[in-house]
Design a protein around this ligand. Structure first.
Ligand SMILES: C[S@@+](CC[C@H](N)C(=O)[O-])C[C@H]1O[C@@H](n2cnc3c(N)ncnc32)[C@H](O)[C@@H]1O
Length: 171
């Protein structure tokens, strides 16, 4: 089960939809009605939902899904208030399977904004591991990915996770 937040014009949605394995399901959420209308017209084989990312748990429930394996976000995190960042990361955490992955990208130029640091803090407080990719300099603007995982189940804790990767969830 894959979820996308902030489909926009649908360029990531199209790639996700094409790379789904047999039987995998995909829901993509966009809150702008005009963009949603275009997405539905142009990619009729994808399940687009006109709603806000902060309502993710309720949206999944409406689609008879309990938790997602992967959540991909194109949301403009640096333009959100700390409260909205918190609401959405909370909704994402609540909607991921225990071994699920949350992936989002950020623009390097946003690093000067206080909201950029606030979002990074939000991620490290909400997830067990927060890995960053290399910077893709030939993207315009240059960007990188955050890949976040929830706390691992207790039975694999003893396998040893580096203390540098531990958060308040003590994983
Ligand atoms: C950077 S754009 C998406 C880029 C996208 N990958 C594309 O191909 O166009 C961010 C999108 O997030 C949507 N958005 C912003 N806040 C949202 C929210 N709270 N819930 C859902 N979508 C949201 C905006 O309407 C916008 O379309």
């Amino acid at each position: 089960m894959v979820v996308e937040l902030g489909a926009g014009t649908g360029c990531i949605s199209r790639h996700v939809s094409r790379s789904l394995k047999n039987g995998a399901t995909f829901i993509s959420i966009e809150k702008n009605p005009q963009l949603y209308k275009t997405l539905v017209e142009q990619q009729s084989d994808t399940c687009f939902v006109l709603d806000a990312a902060e309502n993710l748990p309720a949206i999944l429930q409406q689609h008879s899904v309990t938790k997602a394996d992967v959540i991909i976000s194109s949301l403009p995190w640096a333009s959100f208030s700390t409260t909205l960042q918190h609401q959405i990361t909370h909704a994402i955490r609540a909607s991921l399977k225990p071994d699920g992955i949350f992936i989002t990208y950020a623009y390097v130029c946003g690093a000067l904004l206080p909201s950029f640091a606030a979002f990074r803090k939000q991620l490290t407080e909400s997830f067990c591991t927060v890995d960053t990719s290399r910077i893709v300099w030939n993207n315009f603007p240059p960007a990188f990915l955050y890949q976040c995982r929830k706390p691992v189940p207790v039975f694999v804790k003893s396998a040893g996770i580096p203390s540098s990767h531990r958060s308040k969830y003590n994983c």
